[in-house]
Design a protein around this ligand. Sequence first.
Ligand code: HEM
Length: 158
Amino acid sequence: MRPALRKGVLVLHLLSVGGWIGIDVLVGALVLAGTLGDPATAGLAYRALGSFVVVPMLTAALASLATGLLLGLGTKWGLARYWWVLVKLGLTLVLTVLIVVALRPGMPEVVLHGEQLAAGLVPEGDVSELVFPPIVSLVVLSLATVLSVYKPWGRTRR
Ligand code: HEM
C-alpha cells in the first residue's frame, strides 16, 4: 500500500473505531437514563436505544473490521503475522457477531418496554441485562486500542 493510501485508510480506521466507541458511550448513557430516570425519561431512553442504535453500531463495527483488514493485508503487519493484529481481529469479529446475534434480536422488546413506561404502565419484561453490552464492548475496544498502541507479543509462527 502506498504511504498516502495507507494514511487515508488509517484515518478511516481510526474514525470508524472512534465512532464505535462513541456509540457505546451513548448506549451507556441511554441505559443509565433508562435505569435511573423518571418513567417519561426512561421510556424515551429505551425507545431511542431500541430504535436507533444497532444500525449505526453495526456500521461502525463493519467499517472498523473492513479498514482493519485492508491495513493488515496492505502493510507489513499482515493479518496473522503479529499477535496484536490477530488478537484484534478475533476481538472485533466476536464483538461484531454479538451485535447481530445478542443485541439486535432484543431491540423490539426494549422499544416495547419504553412504550409501556411512557404510557404509565408497569412493563412486564426485564431489560436489566442491558448494562452489559456497553460495558463489555467498551472494555474490549479499550483493550484493542491498547494492543494497537503497544503492539505486544511479537510475531506469530507465520
Ligand atoms: C475495533 C477494534 C480496533 C481498534 C480499537 C483498533 C485501533 C487501532 C489504532 C488506535 C491504530 C493506530 C495504531 C498506530 O498507528 O500506532 C490501529 C492500527 C491498525 N489496526 Fe486497528 N483497531 C481495531 C481493529 C482492527 C482490526 C480488526 C484489524 C485487522 C484485521 C486491525 C488492524 C490494524 C493494523 C494493521 C493497524 C496498523 C496500521 C499501520 O500503521 O499501517 N485493527 N488500530
